[in-house]
Every structure is written in structure tokens, then in C-alpha cells.
Design a protein around this ligand. Structure first.
Ligand code: HAM
Length: 557
């Protein structure tokens, strides 16, 4: 059997790397708390239309990268039965065929048969007038092959054989399970004597299209609307940490399941949600967070994509400019030139870049109010001493952005160098059916923070404060009691096992802990333990009452 592996683009995070993830999350939570943000947790899947309407149909994320599926699918058993009978019917009554005939029997028997999901009106056998002759099959129609369906068929056969009234009693009864050809493979089900038939056709009626969230802003705004958070009249300052899903081509720093740490500031305009000070405060918070994480050498790139009106105007300017050049561009750009010209600027095809360079800039389409807003954001950043670089091509790959857009990049990440991205989204709430609720936010790629930190520092191996080595199996219970005592005192403790010889205990302890505590009969009786510190090679006797304090002193002392 082939061994199962984590799905392409997903991965397991193991210790000691997970310690770094936890440190990043703890630092983020502590910074968010100081800026008075509260945590929001939204579901990891949402109605597909949330992303189509929020993020935008023409974006790469929505048009190419979402994990979507039809949910609440109802298995249409009747449709399958009708099609199956149609396919199996023959005009020749002496041939094996399927049909509808009321299997004879008393009502309780027939009710039980139906309860087992075995169709009493469907048979495969040879019809002889209204009766069945020869071998007969009991047929069950199910959405998947399951142990339960197989068991039910076997029970039905027993029932038919034992029920005096059953017309099937005299027959050889075969069992048939019909499932849609699209049903998942039946890896663990023992089919035994049951014929499993995979039948071609569409036998599911779907009700709702769902999508694993490719980002969290749309979900947060959906929750803001659903819980009427705008009615509080307050600014909502919300942060989240969690997995996102995009079917991108996996490479270092780009995964199909990745984690984002993000935050959003959103509220009614009367709460000051449109103020450029909010933009600057979010950016200043990010600079602080990166500093506290120990990430140095980042660059903040910033731009303004203007108001919704500015963007619409720019889209038309672009549309006109693209008429003559689009035919020389890639297929995607040719389509975007018509449907959503702004998205041409996301194009990654190298041959198209010189053409994109010649296109008009969004900065030239901003009206006075947007220009003033942007100038105010930059002035506040200057005052706070947050360095930035203006990048007038930075439009970001999501349709909801208005005015300020930004990215923090880091050289340590190579080509996929965006550590985080964000911006203002003043019309998003209305686009998904909510009240006017301007907002600004960002999301950091946690996987990329980890990579960056790993490129900056070498992580210390994870070691426990102490390893307890009981000298003999009879001391195992006492060792557990001692470990409990020390762990409750806040120490990290690795518990050895008395079947190990002392030499092996030392070997294991040296790899997993800073110190080894020997627990032999003598130590148990006297309450004085032998402790060795590996870094210094020093061995000493410590009173049990002082052990916790001794073990918490740095191992170099
Ligand atoms: P985004 O630019 O699509 O924005 O993603 C934000 C960050 O998530 C990126 O800068 C990157 O660090 C990380 N990221 C994206 N895709 C992947 C991937 N496949 N693998 C690893 N990391 C990835 C948003 O998601 C917006 N919701 C940000 C926002 C919040 N705007 C306003 N509020």
C-alpha cells in the first residue's frame, strides 16, 4: 500500500519549530492587546458568494485559487432507481433484467425490508408473470459504499429467507449495492458477497456552494454585519490568527494551507473609521510588532488607489489605454482588459511587464479628497518616525481596496517577499449587503514570519529544565511524584524510566534536558538528591525542598 503523506501544499509543523510559532503568536497577542484590539474567530468556511462579492470575481484568488464545493448535497435515490431500472430493462422476459415488481410478502416483512434500504419494488432476476423465478437480487441504492449498507443487505436476505410469506423464500438471493460512479473509493469496507455496482450519472442535488476561506477580511466584515456591530457606534478593532487556503503553486513561503495573523479596524464613519489617523496607527502598530518579533530590515511600501469613484475612473483610463496593447499581452490580461482592467496590474507574466510599465498610473486619477487623505497618512507616519517607500504600482490583488494600500517586504524571503499586506476597504461592507462601514486592516503571512526569523537567527534546541532518572523500576512511582512536584513548581521536566541503566539515562538526559536528577533508594530515603548540570559538568547534592529553586537557576551558573 502506498504510504499516505500530507497533501501537496500543506505541511506538519513539529517541535521545536512550533515553539517559534507560539512565540510569534504570543508577541502578536500582546501587541494587539496594547493597541486595544480584541480577538475574533470566524469559521474557516463561508458561503462562496461572500468571496465572489467581497474579494472580486476577477481576482486570481477567486477565479483560480479557491477550494469550493457543493454542500448539503442530497442523494437522489429515486432518480437513481429510475435510471438504473431504465438501463437494465429488457423486452425479453426470460432474460436477467431489472424491473419494478411488488415482491410478495406480508406488510410487516415488507416494511422491515424497506427500513433496511433494500428496495422491495426493485429486483434483478427473471420475471415469470407477476412472480420472480430463479436467482433474485436484492438491490440497495446508496450514496457511498458503507459497512452499514452491506450489513443491511445481508440482514434483508436473512429476513427474506426466514419470512414464511416472502415470495423470495424459495430463491437463491444475491445482493447488489448500487452507488454513484462518483462515490469515493471504498477503502476499508469488506464487500464480501455483495456485488458493488458503480453507476454513472448525477445523483446529488446541491444546495449551497461553500469555500474554505482564502483570506479573513471578508469573513470579519460579514460577522460585523451579521452581529450588527456598527450599531454600537464604536470602532471595532478585531484581530485573528488562523489558517487560510489558496490553491496556488506551492513553493517555499507559498502554501495551499497557510496561516495569517491579521487585524481590522472597522466602524461607522461617525466613529472616525475614515480618518487617515487610523491608517497611520495600524501601520505604526505593524512597525512595532515587527520590531518586537525581532524582524529587522523590512520595507513598508505604500500607495493610494483612491476612492471607489477614483478607481472606477482609473479603470476606464486603463481600459482605453489597453485597447491597443492588450492584444500583445497574455490571455488573462486580454480578458481582464475588458472585465476588470485594474487586475492587469497583478499580471506576473514576464513578457507583459514592459507593457504594464507604460500604462497610466493610478496616482494620476486621484481626486483632491483622496490625495489629501493620502498626504495625511504619510504626514502621520513621518511624525511617528515610521519609514516607508511610495510605490505607485501597488494596487494589491483584491478588489475591495480603496485609498491606502500597503505591503511590508523582507529580503530574506526571496521572490515571495511580501511579509504582509493590507489596506483600506471603505466599500466592502456595502458590497456584501451591509451598512456603510469603512475599514482598514492587514494580514501577515505567519509562515513567512517564521521563515524570516529562521533566516535571521538559529533557533535554540528545545530542552527541559531537568531529567529525572529513577534507579530501578521500583522507583518509577516515586519519580512520577517528584516530576509532579517540580512541574507544579513551573519547571519543564522529562521523566526517565527505571529500566534504563544509569549510562543510558545520562545519554538520553544529555540530549533532552539541562540537568539530570538521580533518584535512587538513598536519595528517596534521605530526601537529598544528586543533580548534575551538563553545561558545567558539576555534580552536587540538593535537598528536595530546595530542588525546584536550584533547577530554575540558569545551567551556566
Ligand atoms: P494578501 O496580500 O492576499 O491579503 O495576504 C496577506 C499575506 O498573507 C501575504 O502578504 C502573505 O504574507 C500571506 N500569504 C498569502 N498567500 C499565501 C500563501 N499561499 N502562502 C503563504 N503565505 C501567504 C489578504 O489576505 C488581505 N485579507 C489582507 C487585508 C486585511 N487587507 C485588509 N485587511
Amino acid at each position: 500500500m502506498t504510504t499516505l503523506k500530507a497533501v501537496r501544499g500543506t505541511r506538519d509543523l513539529l517541535p521545536p519549530e512550533t515553539a517559534l510559532w507560539n512565540r510569534i503568536e504570543a508577541t502578536a497577542r500582546s501587541v494587539f492587546a496594547r493597541y486595544n484590539f480584541g480577538e475574533i474567530r470566524t469559521p474557516i468556511f463561508e458561503d462562496t458568494s461572500l468571496f465572489a462579492r467581497g474579494v472580486g470575481e476577477e481576482t486570481d484568488i477567486v477565479s483560480k485559487e479557491m477550494y469550493s464545493w457543493a454542500d448539503g448535497e442530497r442523494f437522489e435515490e429515486k432518480k437513481m432507481i429510475a435510471e438504473w431500472i431504465g438501463k437494465n430493462q429488457s423486452d425479453d422476459p426470460s432474460r436477467v433484467q431489472a424491473g419494478r415488481i411488488n415482491v410478495q410478502g406480508n406488510p410487516p416483512f415488507l416494511t422491515k425490508l424497506n427500513a433496511l434500504g433494500v428496495q422491495r419494488q426493485v429486483y434483478r432476476g427473471i420475471a415469470h408473470g407477476p412472480h420472480l423465478t430463479g436467482a433474485t437480487e436484492l438491490v440497495s441504492f446508496r450514496p457511498v459504499v458503507s459497512t452499514e449498507a452491506i450489513a443491511d443487505l445481508r440482514k434483508a436476505r436473512e429476513l427474506a429467507k426466514s419470512d414464511q410469506s416472502s415470495q423470495l423464500q424459495q430463491h437463491r438471493i444475491d445482493l447488489r449495492l448500487v452507488v454513484p460512479a462518483s462515490a469515493p473509493p471504498d477503502l476499508w469496507v469488506d464487500q464480501g458477497d455483495v456485488i458493488v455496482e458503480r453507476f454513472d450519472g448525477q445523483f446529488f442535488a446541491s444546495s449551497q456552494s461553500l469555500t474554505l476561506r482564502p483570506e479573513n477580511t471578508a469573513g470579519v466584515v460579514r460577522a460585523y454585519i451579521e452581529h450588527k456591530l456598527g450599531e454600537t457606534g464604536q470602532l471595532q478593532k478585531l484581530y485573528y490568527i488562523g489558517p487560510q487556503f489558496r490553491r496556488e503553486r506551492p513553493q517555499k513561503g507559498r502554501y495551499r494551507q497557510f496561516s495569517q495573523i491579521g487585524a481590522e479596524v472597522i466602524g461607522p464613519p461617525s466613529a472616525g473609521s475614515e480618518s487617515p489617523l487610523r491608517d497611520a496607527e495600524v501601520l505604526e502598530m505593524l512597525a512595532t510588532l515587527l520590531d518586537e518579533l525581532g524582524i529587522t530590515g523590512w520595507t513598508l511600501e505604500i500607495n493610494s488607489v483612491g476612492s471607489a469613484v477614483d478607481r472606477a475612473r482609473y479603470n476606464e483610463v486603463l481600459r482605453t489605454a489597453l485597447v491597443s496593447v492588450a492584444p500583445r499581452m497574455c490571455q488573462d490580461c486580454q480578458r481582464r482588459a475588458v472585465t476588470n482592467p485594474l487586475r492587469v496590474l497583478d499580471c506576473k507574466v514576464p513578457e507583459d511587464q514592459p507593457i504594464i510599465e507604460t500604462l497610466p498610473k493610478i496616482t494620476d486619477s486621484l481626486d483632491e479628497a483622496s490625495k489629501a487623505h493620502f498626504a495625511a497618512v504619510l504626514a502621520a507616519l513621518d511624525a511617528a518616525g515610521v519609514p516607508y517607500v511610495r510605490n505607485d504600482r501597488l494596487v494589491r490583488g483584491l478588489d475591495y481596496y480603496t485609498r491606502t494600500t500597503f505591503e511590508f517586504t523582507h529580503g530574506g524571503l526571496g521572490a515571495r517577499n511580501a511579509l504582509l499586506g493590507g489596506g483600506r476597504y471603505d466599500g466592502l461592507s456595502e458590497a456584501i449587503g451591509g451598512p456603510k462601514a469603512p475599514g482598514i486592516g492587514f494580514a501577515m503571512g505567519e509562515d513567512r514570519l517564521v521563515l524570516t526569523l529562521q533566516s535571521l537567527e538559529s533557533a535554540p534546541p528545545q530542552v527541559a529544565d531537568a531529567y529525572i532518572a529513577p534507579l530501578g523500576e521500583n522507583l518509577n512511582p516515586a519519580a512520577l511524584a517528584l516530576a509532579r512536584e517540580l512541574r507544579r513548581a513551573g519547571l519543564s521536566v522529562e521523566l526517565g524510566d527505571g529500566t534504563f541503566r544509569l549510562k543510558k539515562s545520562f545519554e538520553v538526559a544529555d540530549k533532552t534536558a539541562r540537568r539530570i536528577v538521580i533518584l535512587g533508594e538513598d536519595e528517596q530515603q534521605s530526601g537529598i538528591l544528586t543533580v548534575k548540570t551538563f553545561a558545567t559538568g558539576m555534580q552536587t547534592k540538593v535537598n528536595r525542598a530546595e530542588l525546584a529553586v536550584y533547577l530554575s537557576t540558569p545551567a551556566s551558573e
